[in-house]
Design a protein around this ligand. Structure first.
Ligand SMILES: [Fe+2]
Length: 261
């Protein structure tokens, strides 16, 4: 049985300089450490899915830094924007990694959607994105699909963060479930691991490659958990296995007293 392996890295939050810090962590250092851990784990050749908030502040420089690292490390990359990103700047500065909305990976197709809206961290699916998704799903009928967007469509028992979940998930859910080949919904934004379901759709979120949010917290809070990533093994039969790994030897500690990000 053949399979394809991919790795999800999310919420990189790069700053405008390689020295920029986010709540005491250098996001470039932590991203590079995550790439090293992926290499050590034998997944260095896997396709990367970068599921939004690649930048923390939408600067051209943050995307240029990322482009250079990915190019130097000869990575294959699928990316999508988050609420901290600017999709035009991404397209302009991730010059070696053009945006693809549908990607054939072995027997699977990976489809990405933009769930971000200007000026707010709350997720939203606009009609154009929905229409495009409908066309893309039609194109890949019969192939197992991994669907990815930045925002989580459900609440995770983390009240401050749950306010930012997609505010109009109904039509999207209807569309995804009207096809029988959507095998997984994969998101970022929540800076924590979740393995569960959105209705009948398997839903997976991943820890950030820099800071993690404290689970089940009423207010914004950063946890002590190390940077991490999620791996997927996509079987040609349409089954998948997945897991999350955290760095064990990363020696920068987040400022857990931080009140924002
Ligand atoms: Fe986000």
């Amino acid at each position: 049985m053949s399979h394809m392996d991919i790795v999800q890295i999310t919420d990189l939050h790069f700053g405008a300089s390689v020295d920029s810090l986010l709540a005491g962590i250098n996001p470039v250092d932590s991203f590079i450490s995550v790439l090293e851990a992926i290499d050590l784990g034998g997944r260095g050749d896997n396709l990367l899915l970068l599921s939004g908030d690649l930048s923390g502040e939408c600067s051209p420089q943050s995307y240029k830094i990322l482009n250079q690292i990915l190019k130097e490390q000869k990575k294959d990359v699928i990316w999508l924007p988050g609420n901290h990103d600017d999709v035009e700047l991404m397209a302009n500065h991730l010059v070696d990694f053009p945006r693809q909305r549908v990607n054939d990976v072995g027997d699977w197709s990976i489809i990405t959607l933009d769930s971000a809206q200007l000026g707010t961290p709350v997720g939203h699916i606009n009609d154009n994105e929905l229409m495009l998704l409908s066309e893309l799903l039609d194109q890949v009928k019969g192939r197992p699909v991994l669907f990815s967007m930045h925002h989580c469509p459900i609440a995770l028992d983390c009240p401050w963060l749950d306010k930012q979940k997609i505010n109009n998930p109904e039509k999207l859910y209807q569309l995804l479930t009207s096809f029988d080949n959507v095998k997984a919904v994969v998101t970022g934004h929540v800076h924590q691991q979740y393995d569960g379901f959105w209705g009948q759709l398997p839903l997976f979120t991943a820890p950030s490659s820099c800071i993690q949010f404290k689970r089940y917290s009423q207010q914004f809070a950063i946890s002590n958990q190390k940077p991490g990533y999620r791996w997927f093994s996509l079987e040609s039969t349409g089954l998948l296995s997945t897991g999350v790994e955290f760095l064990t030897d990363f020696n920068q500690s987040p400022d857990t007293a931080s009140e924002g990000y």
